[in-house]
Design a binder for this molecule. Structure first.
Ligand SMILES: *[C@@H]1O[C@H](CO)[C@@H](O)[C@H](O)[C@H]1NC(C)=O
Ligand SMILES: *[C@@H]1O[C@H](CO)[C@@H](O)[C@H](O)[C@H]1NC(C)=O
Ligand SMILES: *[C@@H]1O[C@H](CO)[C@@H](O)[C@H](O)[C@H]1NC(C)=O
Ligand SMILES: *[C@@H]1O[C@H](CO)[C@@H](O)[C@H](O)[C@H]1NC(C)=O
Ligand SMILES: *[C@@H]1O[C@H](CO)[C@@H](O)[C@H](O)[C@H]1NC(C)=O
Length: 406
């Protein structure tokens, strides 16, 4: 994914005074619960008591014995944070208010909204959250030779909005350390293949403006009019920023994804992504990223251009030179699931939904007029053995063999 964040933290709200030190948690955070499942062919699916945590920068970080923000719209306060050690001593981090970021969960369903209207006037939510395990570390998704499936409703996401479900190879503890005792429970440790230069890295002040680079696998980026998936491999601190992209519209299938189309985005749908290895084991060589959809109990295979090798309709030079093996290794080690909703005022999201990539016009104002309250819903996130996560969707006992449908 392309990267551009402007965080509106000014309205996070002023909290009480606390007497803790060391960029510590000011109090214990409550995370919205989001049940997920892990499945096997032989044993079926069992639930994980997972939750979500919003990114570190969306937390209110302030002077330990006062209310001066250590991070505001104008950046990091250099008096409180001249260096990482001092910053950790002078600042505390508050639990986040999820409602204020447009994040609502219920059982296995999460809704992300662009705007929230807590006090009447709309304010940008544009949340980015990570899947947290019951132990307070991120949930490690090991997907090589396995699959991931989920339901998504993009019907209220117009052109120029981008809803995402992707994997980043973040540190599973969020880089928990002496300076960052809260770790993943406060959403620290973000990185992706755009190597963003963030204010904090692993919850410690980013003193040297270092980019936070890591392998990234975009399982889903899209809105009601366009979609793509993309692998962004990294080797050391060099990453494929455009990556190896597959987009059905770019492949010439212009009636595949959209309202009323073959995959009808006016209704909820299921997306399945399989990381197929040469020997069908979880340690083999990644030979295909296979995609299919389910809607109304019917399997919809990917567009014909993707039937053979499933991915990389367009690859940047770096992806072409390193291939998929860095991503395969990251998938085997374990990656963190990220869910987000954002828009890109500078580029209008044309790389996702305009030109060769989709039917949207640059900065489509009409879209926001039609849908003034963009949001998206993810639910039913499951991962596990290939073929194990979506049988219930197509009626396991029916005569339809999903293997024949591929
Ligand atoms: C960090 O900043 C503080 C306050 O300016 C200073 O006393 C300290 O020596 C600095 N520490 C390092 C490691 O630079
Ligand atoms: C979050 O903020 C809203 C409004 O700003 C407030 O009504 C609500 O009580 C807060 N929630 C928590 C858990 O503090
Ligand atoms: C965060 O910390 C982990 C563990 O020390 C490290 O491997 C990783 O590179 C760090 N992340 C960044 C973006 O520096
Ligand atoms: C892997 O599984 C596929 C589909 O079940 C099968 O066609 C193929 O022969 C298997 N490959 C190996 C090396 O076992
Ligand atoms: C990618 O490689 C091609 C062929 O070697 C070269 O012409 C092109 O300039 C390269 N593109 C970039 C962005 O480096």
């Amino acid at each position: 994914m392309k990267f551009s964040w402007i965080r509106d933290i000014s309205a996070v709200g002023f909290a009480l005074f606390f007497t803790t030190h060391a960029q510590q948690p000011a109090s214990s955070p409550e995370h919205p619960r989001l049940t997920t499942w892990e499945c096997t062919i032989s044993g079926g699916c069992t639930p994980h008591e997972t939750s979500v945590v919003v990114d570190w920068d969306s937390h209110y970080i302030h002077e330990a014995n006062g209310i001066t923000p250590c991070l505001s719209l104008s950046g990091v306060d250099r008096t409180l944070c001249p260096n990482g050690t001092a910053c950790a001593r002078n600042c505390v981090i508050e639990p986040a208010n999820y409602t204020n970021y447009g994040i609502v969960t219920s059982h296995d369903t999460i809704t992300l909204s662009k705007y929230t209207r807590g006090d009447g006037s709309p304010r940008k939510g544009e949340p980015r959250v990570y899947l947290l395990g019951p132990d307070g570390d991120y949930m490690s998704l090991q997907l090589l030779g396995r699959e991931l499936s989920f339901d998504v409703d993009v019907s209220a996401l117009p052109c120029s909005e981008n809803g995402n479900l992707y994997l980043s190879e973040m540190d599973m503890t969020g880089g928990r350390s002496e300076h960052n005792p809260g770790g993943a429970r406060f959403g620290s440790g973000y990185c992706n293949a755009q190597c963003p230069v963030l204010n904090w890295v692993n919850g410690t002040l980013n003193e040297n403006e270092r980019g936070a680079c890591c392998n990234e696998m975009d399982i889903f980026e899209g809105n009601a009019y366009a979609t793509h998936y993309a692998a962004h491999p990294c080797v050391a601190d060099e990453c494929a920023s455009a990556g190896c992209i597959f987009n059905p519209y770019m492949a010439g299938s212009r009636n595949f994804w959209g309202p009323g189309m073959e995959v009808d985005t006016a209704k909820p749908l299921t997306i399945i992504t399989q990381f197929v290895t040469d020997d069908n084991t979880t340690s083999g060589m990644l030979v295909q990223i296979r995609r299919m959809y389910i809607q109304d109990g019917k399997v919809i295979p990917n567009v014909p251009a993707a039937r053979d090798d499933g991915s990389c309709l367009h690859a940047d030079n770096f992806s072409s030179s390193v291939g998929l093996s860095p991503i395969a290794q990251a998938l085997a080690r374990g990656m963190v699931m990220v869910l987000s909703l954002w828009s890109d005022p500078e580029h209008g999201m044309q790389w996702l939904d305009g030109g060769d990539a989709g039917p949207c016009d640059y900065w489509d104002d009409a879209a926001e007029t039609q849908q003034p309250d963009p949001y998206l819903v993810f639910s039913n996130v499951r991962w596990g053995d290939i073929g194990s996560t979506y049988r219930h969707k197509i009626g396991f006992a029916s005569s339809v063999s999903y293997k024949d449908e591929l």
